[in-house]
Design a protein. Structure first.
Lengths: 437, 326
């Protein structure tokens, strides 16, 4: 199914498969659902001095960084955060049964539609009281991301990172390229790179989600944020000529993508940028993970996806945001409110970023003095954005994106000419999936 | 499992009763006098526990799955289960662009397994049965892939097929722009690429089955045919192969099962992307994960169950008929 473009964390296939295999055996018959909820949280304590937190930060770096944050919280408030960490993907796949069972008081989740979905299902508590205290710490775009469909706050954003086009400063300098700001300049640059024997745009879509990132960029540049959100929420139609136009633009760019992409992981595609065989690569800032050599990393830079429609310019940034929510009936309500107020403070975010410099703070008040050049640029880009999107599979129903859009986009990449029948097929499937709500 | 239970209870019943004098008073109670209280408790446990487990894990779940196939359910709360009749099946057959390719790929999977690795396994078995030197070494080598989990096999072959750094493309120089052979992604190639890996494993499996079958062939048959002046091929064709009939049945059933349950290899290989869709992968993709489409996924599972039944029922009928006539 999907490896999440929650991006920062993309594990090897073997572990994932074991989980999947075990899960599928249990779930094939559907009746596995109630059984799974037994795997839920262990936050059974009603002790006012502890708050339980469900976390998907199974990787060493974020896990350690959060441990420092919780330790500081305990010092400040005297409340212990009992963290219940699960494997990143397992957490995500079991989220349904986890939230229905005995979830922890607070849990780590993603902003946007994926948060609103559980808020609408009544599996999360509104936290307007928390936002009265922390509201000033966040820019408006972050506030928008933290509200449910009912206008109440459900989410405290913690960290974020942007999607952009990455390139090597040295390559651009040596060949005399300039950063393209419009679609025509981008296409011209691709042509030039091809002439110079570079792969213009590195690409790997084996995991099926990177293509969604390309679609997002072209769609909100061409049709604007509002249409993009409507399309993702199932309100606009996929057979709309505006959508067709997105694919036409994409098809124009496709010949400049690295070929053989269906069998290539994003890590391998990033390696072509590391080795300077490719000129550009559209991905999240986590691409920097592949730049293990300090000199290469310093040479890495990015620019916002070029403008296509002057009505929208470059006003939207795709910035997947992670943060915290409160489960439906927390055992220690006062404690969890205090915890979230702390997590929404600039101090907590600064402390976290000290341990994990691959992302940037969601709060506009957090100090940027410790940021690397890339982080600073990412932070400015997000701060200047008029609207923020999350990523196709966070902005839309995950069942729709994983069972319809991932194979659909792969089909388009294989056969760009069959777009009409593909779009009507997507629209038909979308209707039935969104109707089931 | 279901066939185990009655056998077990029969065996338990056949245990000779420990003759205790007091038991004689209960002659009127018929056969029960044969069993002490402890026997009966033991028996109840031996028959009861497997039965309960069997009913719970096989029948209840299967029936629940069939029922869910006619509903729409996102897995959140039992009150969100909605009855939708045949909608799921209608969508599946008309709207789902992956369904028919998946059925087709499952069929191709079976045909390929029965046409290539099965005869090849038989060939290897016949060769190894000739008591050649190092026979054990060869047996081990050919059987090794069967011991490795399919997930690992998928992982290893995916490295071999990797478009940039894989063994094949590096050897034939197909990892340069414009020359890529995308073994994993190209929908015209990837099913065949993954079938090579599946066949590699299946050959060893078939070899062991046939080797066991060959070992049980009466040596006097070979001797007789040799005396009659038959050459090796004639002996095999007219004498050995016919005696392998029971093995052939097992091979057929095993291969069908392998084709229907094909999952892990492909899932590791490319997650069932275009070209390698399989029914089992569609079930998983729809059911596992957040806001899952449990009803829809169950409908696909029911189709898979139905196909299995079509295959298994004739086999069971044939087997039972044989047992009865025996």
């Amino acid at each position: 199914m999907r490896i999440s473009p929650s991006g920062l964390h993309v594990p090897g296939p073997s572990r994932r498969n074991v989980i999947r295999g075990a899960g599928s055996a249990a779930l094939l018959a559907g009746a596995g659902i109630p059984l799974l909820s037994a795997c839920g949280g262990s936050g059974s304590s009603s002790d006012p001095k502890t708050v339980s937190v469900g976390s998907n930060d199974s990787d060493a770096v974020p896990k350690k960084a959060y441990a420092a944050v919780y330790a500081a919280f305990q010092k400040q408030s005297g409340i212990t955060a009992k963290v219940n960490t699960k494997d990143h993907n397992t957490f995500q796949e079991q989220i349904n049964s986890y939230l229905q069972g005995t979830p922890d008081d607070a849990f780590k989740w993603f902003a946007g539609y994926r948060m609103q979905f559980f808020a609408a299902k009544g599996l999360a508590s509104p936290i307007d009281d928390v936002w009265q205290k922390i509201g000033d710490n966040f820019p408006d775009a972050m506030k928008k991301l933290s509200k449910g469909a009912d206008g109440k706050y459900y989410f405290v954003p913690m960290t974020t990172y942007p999607w952009a086009v990455f390139y090597r400063k040295s390559v651009f300098q040596a060949k005399g390229y300039t950063v393209p700001t419009t679609w025509d300049e981008l296409v011209a640059l691709c042509k030039q790179m091809k002439k110079d024997n570079l792969v213009p745009i590195a690409f790997g879509d084996k995991d099926a989600w990177p293509a969604m990132g390309t679609f997002d960029q072209i769609n909100f540049r061409l049709n604007g944020y509002d249409f993009h959100v409507d399309l993702m929420a199932g309100k606009a139609e996929w057979t709309d000529p505006k959508v067709k136009d997105v694919f036409d633009h994409w098809a124009e760019l496709l010949p400049y993508h690295q070929d053989g992409f269906m069998g290539r992981t994003w890590q391998d595609a990033a390696q072509t940028l590391v080795s300077k065989k490719a000129g550009m690569y559209l991905l999240g800032t986590f691409v920097a993970q592949q730049f293990t050599n300090k000199a290469d990393l310093d040479d890495l830079d990015f620019f916002a996806f070029p403008e296509i429609n002057s009505a929208y310019g470059q006003d939207t940034v795709e910035a997947p945001t992670d943060g915290f929510m409160v489960s439906k009936s927390p055992k220690n309500h006062d404690g969890v409110v205090k915890l979230l107020e702390y997590l929404g403070s600039p101090a907590a975010e600064e402390l976290y970023l000290k341990g994990d410099p691959s992302v940037v703070a969601a709060s506009s008040k957090a100090s940027t003095s410790a940021y690397s050049t890339l982080q600073k640029k990412a932070f400015d880009m997000i701060g200047a954005a008029k609207s923020l999107t999350q990523f196709m599979d966070r902005d839309s129903r995950p069942d729709f994106t994983s069972t319809v859009m991932q194979p659909g986009l792969q089909k388009f990449l294989q056969n760009p000419k069959g777009i009409d029948s593909l779009l009507s097929s997507i629209e038909r499937q979308k209707k039935t999936i969104f109707a089931s709500e | 499992m279901s066939t185990d239970t009655p056998t077990k209870s029969q065996e338990a019943a056949a245990v000779p009763p420990p003759g205790r004098a007091s038991e004689n008073k209960r002659i009127r109670q018929g056969h029960r006098r044969l069993l002490t209280r402890r026997d009966r408790i033991t028996l109840a446990f031996m028959a009861g526990v497997p039965t309960v487990l069997h009913v719970l894990l096989v029948w209840v779940t299967a029936l629940a799955s069939i029922l869910l196939a006619f509903t729409s359910w996102d897995g959140i709360g039992f009150d969100s289960i909605k009855w939708v009749g045949l909608d799921n099946f209608h969508q599946l057959f008309t709207d789902n662009p992956q369904f028919w390719p998946a059925v087709q790929h499952n069929v191709i999977w079976f045909v390929v397994l029965i046409l290539i690795p099965t005869p090849f396994g038989l060939f290897l078995a016949v060769q190894l049965d000739k008591k050649i030197r190092f026979s054990r070494v060869y047996q081990t080598a050919f059987f090794l892939p069967v011991v490795i989990s399919l997930a690992c096999i998928g992982f290893v072959w995916q490295l071999i097929y990797n478009p940039d750094t894989g063994l094949i493309n590096s050897l034939i120089g197909a990892n340069k722009p414009g020359h890529y052979i995308d073994w994993i992604g190209d929908p015209n190639l990837n099913l065949w690429a993954v079938l090579v890996a599946a066949s590699w494993r299946h050959t060893g499996y078939m070899m062991i089955l046939y080797l066991a079958g060959l070992k049980s062939v009466d040596p006097s048959l070979r001797e007789a045919s040799a005396l009659d002046g038959a050459n090796e091929w004639q002996t095999f064709k007219n004498v050995i192969f016919p005696t392998l009939r029971p093995t052939n049945t097992i091979v057929l059933v095993v291969t069908i099962i392998e084709a229907l349950r094909a999952f892990d290899l492909v899932f590791v290989f490319n997650k069932g992307a275009q070209g390698t869709e399989l029914l089992s992968i569609l079930v998983t993709n729809n059911i596992i994960g957040e806001s899952s489409r449990i009803g829809y996924g169950s409908a696909i599972a029911v189709v898979l169950l139905f196909i299995s039944l079509i295959v298994i029922i004739p086999y069971l009928i044939a087997t039972f008929r044989k047992e009865r006539s025996a």
